[in-house]
Design a protein around this ligand. Structure first.
Ligand code: PLP
Length: 394
């Protein structure tokens, strides 16, 4: 007999995937240029030229056995040291190779952290709106995901609701800033309040409450907004990073986890991270791309395109009467649906071949996610459709 739980996970497509598949079907019927697909978070900006040059340089100048061989389970020590240096320079931290564990992207990074931490009965808190895969990873690790409702005025943290959900069973809190799906960046004030509360609650309960910072969008932040580096505010922080968005390499599956020395029993926790990596089969991240990201550790794709898209879409949606918190980062807008039922609203949007994702799966009903990592041209062509849709509700 197979696992019912795994069967359920594998046979039920995510809402995002379903809409994306619908978009492809529609494009075959009416032409791709007439379908405004805002469903998926696949960067449309190409990986920068330095990535291509790094690949060519490695292929031409390094030993092929080395390039394609296994690295150590936690990743090539030289790669980890180079990335640690880059983080130290940019965020004034003090990491070395022994603080890093290379992974196949942020999904693996957070799954490893949950698995390294979870004992039976442990609770992991997150804040709506949140990345839906958290539930799947936390439950696979044997923990329970607890969701704090959204503070919809600004999508910062509702501390009153948060405190109600903290208890002795809380093992960790996971945050994602800049956020998918709201695009909001937590302010330094929010981070200080959060980390002070975690310090006092850890003391009260007599055990560490860990903070997991899921940050694939760290570099995608606009107008010089400050994205605080979490280990500087809270010792018991795991940083889960990915190059999927910053270098536009989602298909290459490459990222890392940072376990700082300041963390309580840091060496033991790092060993548990290695153990979780082993248990999940997330060992020895792709060797070629470990080398590539080490060579490109200080680079990003041309993220200026996302800011242009945000401004164009946000300004026009507000003009058409939509209500939306202005996002400072990532590549998502998360406006309120124009009727209570976001599914019904998304169905109506389909009439104009506008493909949006209901907020329910992100723990935030009555909202929709618009993923604007698309061409600026698609946004311009979609504006009349957004306007017509809004007029239906006037
Ligand atoms: N966390 C968040 C908030 C995301 O939006 C994503 C991907 O969209 C991931 C994690 C997973 O990213 P990766 O491709 O690095 O596994």
């Amino acid at each position: 007999m197979i696992s019912e739980k795994m069967y359920e996970l594998g046979s039920k497509k995510s809402v995002i995937r379903e809409i994306f598949e619908f978009g492809k079907k529609r494009a075959a019927e009416v032409g791709a240029e007439n379908v405004y697909d805002f469903s998926i978070g696949n960067p449309n900006v190409p990986a920068p030229e330095v990535v291509k040059n790094a690949i060519l340089d490695i292929l031409q100048n390094e030993n092929p056995v080395d390039i394609h061989g296994y690295t150590s389970a936690q990743g090539d020590p030289k790669v980890r040291a180079t990335i640690a240096e880059s983080i130290n320079r940019r965020f004034k931290t003090n990491f070395d190779a022994n603080n890093l564990y290379m992974t196949v992207g942020a999904a693996a990074s957070i799954h490893i952290c949950f698995t390294a931490l979870a004992n039976k009965g442990d609770e992991f808190i997150t804040f709506a709106p949140y990345f839906p895969e958290y539930r799947c990873f936390v439950e696979a690790a044997g923990g329970k995901l607890v969701v704090v409702p959204a503070q919809i005025e600004n999508f910062q943290i509702d501390f009153e609701e948060f405190e109600k959900n903290l208890n002795e069973k809380t093992k960790a809190v996971i945050i994602n800033t800049p956020n998918n799906p709201s695009g909001v960046v937590y302010t330094e004030e929010t981070i200080i309040k959060l980390t002070e509360l975690l310090k006092s609650k850890s003391k009260e309960y007599g055990h560490a409450i860990y903070l997991i910072s899921d940050e694939p969008y760290r570099e995608i932040a606009y107008d010089d907004v400050n994205v605080p580096y979490l280990t500087k505010y809270y010792d018991n922080t795991f940083v889960c990073y990915s190059y999927s968005k910053s270098l536009s390499l989602p298909g290459e599956r490459i990222g890392y986890i940072v376990v700082p020395n300041e963390m309580e029993e840091s060496k033991k926790v790092y060993a548990a991270v290695c153990g979780a990596g082993r248990a999940l089969g997330f060992v020895c991240a792709p060797s070629l791309f470990q080398k590539v990201v080490a060579k490109c550790a200080n680079e990003t794709a041309d993220i200026s395109i996302y800011k242009k898209n945000r401004d164009l879409l946000y300004d026009n949606l507000i003009k058409f009467g939509y209500k939306c918190v202005k996002p400072d980062g990532a590549f998502y807008l998360f406006p309120q649906a124009l009727e209570k039922d976001a599914y019904a609203f998304c169905e109506r949007a389909k009439k104009y071949d506008l493909l949006l994702v209901p907020g329910d799966d992100f723990g935030c009903p009555s909202h929709v996610r618009i993923s604007y990592c698309v061409t600026t041209d698609q946004i311009i062509r979609s504006l009349p459709a957004f306007e017509k849709l809004a007029k239906e509700y006037k």
